[in-house]
Design a protein around this ligand. Sequence first.
Ligand code: MG
Length: 294
Amino acid sequence: KVEKEWVISTKNPLAVFQISKILLYFKELVRNSNPTYPMKQRNLFVAVLLAGLGTASLTFAQQNPTPPPMPPQATEFYTPVPPKVTPGAMNNQAPSDAIVLFDGSSLSGFVSAKDGSSPAPWKIEHGELVVQRGTGDIQSKLAFGDAQYHVEWSAPPEIVGEGQGRGNSGFFLMGIYEVQILDSYESKTYTNGQAGSVYKQYPPLVNPLRGPGDWNYYDIIFKAPRFDKNGMLTSPATVTVLINGVLVQNNVILKGPTEYIGIPNYKAHADALPIKLQDHGNPVRFRNIWVRPL
Ligand code: MG
């Protein structure tokens, strides 16, 4: 049952206070500004003014009754129901609604990025995917837009090279936006090029890497950019990255596709594109790659 409540009532002392203040202000104004009028006339004017204002306030209040208090049930919704998903036995394992891109058994989820069709030229050793130097990047057969990714990688235990030459690979969202993979556990390089950086755009917030030979877990939440029919950017891509459960990119806004040299600049592309893994000449290992399109 909806009961009418008036703004001007003892239940609303603030409104009463405010309106009284306004009325007193007008009374003072009249009293001080019209000394030529006889006091009686001025008092009459004030009385008329007060009556007018009072009526106006009351009318306003009647037209705008304070809504009755909401019951808690009014903001409890039962549909639509979020679908049930069975999580992996461990939190790094693919949940029931994920697409597994690599589980250690086969490279059938990938092709060579050179032509987008020939078999991925990397090797599987002990269930781990190993970059083969000089064979080029590989890309997923399937295309993705907004998505949640999980990927595990390990830098070569034999330390070779420095900076960008040590354990370098990359996880390219839509094939063009790189989340850097690098052995920057104890190796100096530019911060916006170390592991967990959005390459040459954002350094990671912290460095939670495990050392060479150990496995690092990346969890990536990506929102694809949007373009209008003229190819103009309407909404930039954003990415959130966790390394080993630690947040390193907090929903950052991508400036455009990854550039080694020069300023990034968006160019319209498809809503969904394959991910790429980078051959940067180092035998980085991968395992347990899965994706949940969003
Ligand atoms: Mg790289």
